[in-house]
Design a protein around this ligand. Structure first.
Ligand code: PLP
Length: 348
């Protein structure tokens, strides 16, 4: 009946977290950084706006590739940039997965992987996490899928996978392992060494979380040169705009700014985790900038709605195994206090 391909007609489409266009909410629902980006970013964008917009941008965003290459001790040919890491995920799926094939991932995980599989007319091969939400390493390592995606640390749980385990997955599979490290700057360990040492591993990062630049839309991926060359054939010619290229470079060059914000968030994460546990929530140890908390009575949806009435937004997922939890972004100390105060009242 419709004009669209059958898989598109049947698809739900990805549902992003709410983005209210007024500032009246304490916004702890989409894992944004509560602190501003480096002042060098604003300065660089202001300078560039004068004369960079008339011409097309560098198709390969080479100035950012160079910065990434020197930060992570790889070559420029090992790096590809994207319009957010969601763009790079979409490129990887289109480049590596035929319609009818599968993408392997843990469950729960970032639901965009399933959306992208559907658009490609591929299927998601979903392997449940353990009771403690540990990513099912053995199951993924045995997958025959052309693309295996692991969010590290995982979303929405915050649970990290050890680099040794990711290496085991990479060496077990026939296809490519994409490690989505959107939150890795908040964790103790990262898997970048696998992008340098394993021929089938791609490690992806974003500037949306640790660098406070969700509105900019910039991500990058590091992998063997052959993999980067393949992905480059699939991307849009000018997938990163001129201002985002300038801003991304400035942000990446100010590691100290990012690190300082990350430290503040990590210390608030410990405080928030302990306080929620004190209120009776079950909270797995998070390595990200959010916590995944199951209220004592399991009434997550009701708490989500009551918090929203009180102008506090957290994330509720109406999906199996996660529908008794709230995913709460770590905010500034005073935002976390507002949340904890309201929760105490609601539970008490
Ligand atoms: C936020 C997020 C991304 C997307 O990042 P963008 O660069 O903003 O597109 C990718 N993966 C996971 C797991 C995320 O939570």
């Amino acid at each position: 009946m419709g004009y669209f391909r059958d898989n598109i007609e049947a698809a739900q489409g990805y549902t992003p977290g709410e983005q209210p266009q007024d500032d009246s909410f304490v916004k702890l629902n989409t894992n944004e950084n509560p602190y501003p980006p480096s002042p060098r970013v604003t300065e660089a964008v202001r300078d560039a706006a004068e004369d960079r917009l008339r011409k097309y941008p560098d198709p390969l965003a080479n100035e950012v590739r160079q910065t990434v290459a020197s930060l992570f001790d790889v070559e420029v040919e090992n790096v590809i940039c994207g319009n957010g890491s969601d763009d790079l995920l979409s490129i990887a799926v289109r480049a590596l997965v035929d319609p009818g094939q599968t993408i392997a991932a843990a469950y729960p995980t970032y639901s965009l992987y399933e959306t992208l599989a559907t658009i490609q007319d591929a299927r998601l091969e979903s392997h449940p996490c353990g009771e403690d939400f540990a990513v099912p390493v053995d199951k993924l390592a045995a997958s025959k899928a052309p693309l295996v995606v692991v969010a590290n640390p995982n979303a929405p749980t915050g649970v990290a996978t050890a680099t040794a385990d990711l290496r085991r997955i990479a060496r077990g599979i026939r296809g490519v392992l994409l490690v989505d490290e959107a939150y890795v700057d908040f964790s103790d360990e990262n898997a970048m060494e696998l992008a340098r040492g394993e021929r089938n591993v791609m490690v992806m990062r974003t500037l949306s979380k640790s660098y406070s630049l969700a509105g900019l839309r910039f991500g990058f991926l590091v992998a063997a040169k052959e993999l980067v060359a393949g992905l480059t054939k699939v991307k849009d010619s000018y997938n990163c705009d001129a201002l985002s290229i300038i801003a991304a470079r400035a942000a990446l060059e100010d590691q100290a700014w990012m690190r300082a914000n990350v430290e503040r968030i990590r210390s608030e994460r410990s405080r928030l985790t302990a306080a929620l546990r004190g209120l009776g929530f079950a909270v797995p140890e998070s390595q990200a900038n959010f916590v995944f908390a199951r209220p004592p009575a399991g009434n997550a949806r009701e708490l989500y709605e009551k918090l929203k009435d009180r102008r506090i937004l957290v994330r509720y997922f109406n999906r199996p195994r996660v529908d008794r939890h709230l995913r709460i972004t770590v905010g500034r100390p005073e935002e976390n206090d507002r949340l904890l105060g309201e929760l105490k009242r609601l539970l008490g």
